[in-house]
Design a protein around this ligand. Structure first.
Ligand code: 5GP
Length: 345
């Protein structure tokens, strides 16, 4: 446990609103009370967490995000939510994070202001925060096409102004909704402007969509559950993934708690590793699933009998798949190697 916490780690799949801890949500509630926005004080925080025995189905799980959304509707709240979340990842031993979030128009701010608030929190000089943080802008699959184009425009524009902070674009939201093909034009535009792409892929059984997504050649995919034939994929989808060698952002607890995967031991992490595919351990929604990145590393080590060297190697390899430039990669590789050397001596 201590080893997994101390090991410098890389988080590449964390949704801001799903990452809010109970402590952060309580601080945000207090902010809304102090700001005189009292309708935010009675949100039901208890319903936010989804444990292993939860009876909610995948679609119902998506409803919990509205609880977090009610607490991130102003610029100040978003800055606070981002800072507190980054702080928690740092305290858990994370040295680099690509946080993602879906811009929303709220009662108080526009989508642009939403994104600018997160960027402000990330770029603010702080003596408390040494974690390197980057932003991936999310598109929700339930969005109308006009909104999809609008979000792509914002991502392109903000990437131009903040190229070192806004590094990617991604597709998420309820996988039972929308068609991947509809998002290709917007994603292509974003990609041409220099943004990297990651897609939630294979969360539900949909081999045609998985093939379409892999053909698009995203820089990474999230989850990748229903790709191997054992987990709802086909021979074709599995071969396509193996040939593509696209890194998979693996979210163990998220998959178990939303019942996409029956238990940790039967997680497709095993097949991915055995096939020599690149994987990155991630939290997905550490607040919703009451987990942490170090806990995901520990659970992975326990479930698949990994040695400490193998665990450290997972973090080291993750550095290859970040969306930032080579100088940042070298910096974090240096941190991880130093930890490994110090640990060995
Ligand atoms: P936000 O983008 O508002 O910061 O974070 C919450 C949003 O991320 C959710 O509303 C949903 O669109 C997306 N999200 C969070 N977890 C998951 C997940 O496990 N699968 C998918 N497909 N989307 C998710």
């Amino acid at each position: 446990n201590f080893f997994c916490k101390e090991l410098p780690k890389i988080e590449l799949h964390a949704h801001l609103n799903g990452s809010l801890s109970q402590a952060t949500m309580l601080q945000l509630q207090r902010y809304y009370v102090d700001a005189g926005i009292s309708d935010k004080t009675n949100t039901f925080l208890d319903e936010f967490q989804i444990g292993a025995g939860d009876t909610r189905n995948l679609s119902e799980c998506f409803q919990v995000f509205s609880i977090a959304h009610s607490l991130t509707s102003t610029s100040e709240a978003l800055v606070m939510a981002t800072e507190l979340t980054l702080q928690e990842f740092q305290e858990d031993g994370c040295c680099y994070i690509e946080l993602r979030s879906t811009p929303r128009d709220t009662q108080y701010i526009t989508k642009k202001q939403y994104i600018d608030s997160i960027i402000r929190a990330m770029e603010k000089p702080s003596i408390n925060l040494s974690i390197i943080s980057k932003l991936i802008i999310s598109i929700n699959r339930a969005s109308q096409l006009q909104e999809v184009e609008e979000i792509a425009d914002i991502a392109i524009e903000r990437h131009k102004i903040h190229p070192d902070t806004v590094v990617g674009i991604e597709l998420s939201g309820n996988p039972a909704v929308g068609n991947f093909g509809d998002f290709i034009p917007a994603l292509n535009r974003a990609r041409q402007s220099g943004l990297k792409v990651t897609l939630h892929c294979g969360e539900v059984c949909n081999p045609e969509e998985v093939l379409e997504m892999l053909n698009f050649k995203p820089e990474r995919i999230g989850h990748g559950v229903c790709i191997h034939p054992k987990y709802g994929g086909t021979e074709e989808t599995w071969i396509a993934l193996c040939q593509s060698k696209i890194p998979v952002e693996v979210c163990l607890t998220s998959n178990v708690n939303t019942k996409i995967t029956p238990d940790y031991e039967s997680h497709h992490f095993k097949e991915l590793i055995e096939a020599g595919l690149p994987v990155v351990l991630c939290t997905d929604d550490k607040g919703v699933f009451a987990t942490s990145l170090s806990q995901e590393y520990r659970l992975c080590a326990e479930s698949f009998g990994l040695t400490r060297i193998q665990v450290a190697k997972l973090s080291l390899d993750a550095a290859q798949y970040i969306f930032s430039e080579a100088n940042i990669r070298e910096l974090i590789i240096g941190k991880i190697l130093k930890f490994m050397n110090d640990y060995a001596s």
